[in-house]
Design a binder for this molecule. Structure first.
Ligand code: SME
Length: 161
């Protein structure tokens, strides 16, 4: 496991994703505990981008249940038909919400959260086994660059499942 993280001091998010993705792969290598790996991945994303909230909701007992995260306290359980996370779970698609106030059914864990991206994480059978939720305190903070960059990190997680 790598013990230090190098983050380029740049506003170029693609460059940051390109730098941190191999480091994440090295970080999780050799560690079989999924929660430990998810926890470190949220720490990398928080440190690299300063996102307001980064975390995982894992499918358990027909709900999405809060797992490893970095940020302020958050709601612990989300029904599959609720919120941006539930929408991601049911559609199996990456959801980008430029303004959370305009997303019907958005669950406001914090009033500071203004925009959000949620990605599905698939198991080997193609079922969504968890979602990665990233929140920003700025409006319209996520783009295709984040969808692609976070998508590559999700592929690393899927190899661990
Ligand atoms: N906003 C999410 C809920 C999780 S928190 O943002 C951490 C949603 O609408 O699903």
């Amino acid at each position: 496991m790598a013990e230090s993280l190098f983050v380029p001091q740049t506003a170029d998010r693609k460059r940051i994703y390109d730098e941190i993705t191999p480091q994440i792969a090295a970080l999780v290598e050799g560690e079989i505990d999924l929660t430990a790996n998810l926890a470190n991945i949220t720490a990398v994303l928080k440190e690299a981008f300063g996102f307001f909230w980064v975390g995982f909701y894992v499918v358990k007992e027909n709900q999405l249940v809060l797992s490893a995260f970095q940020g302020t306290i958050a709601c612990t359980r989300i029904d599959f038909d609720r919120g941006v996370c539930g929408h991601c779970y049911t559609t199996k698609e990456i959801i980008i919400v430029p303004n959370v106030e305009e997303f019907p059914g958005h669950i406001a864990c914090s009033s500071a959260s203004k925009s959000e991206i949620v990605l599905p994480v698939f198991d080997k059978d193609g079922a969504v086994t968890m979602v990665l939720d990233v929140d920003s305190d700025r409006l319209d903070d996520f783009s295709e660059i984040d969808a692609k960059g976070l998508g590559k990190i999700v592929r690393i997680i899927e190899k661990l499942i």
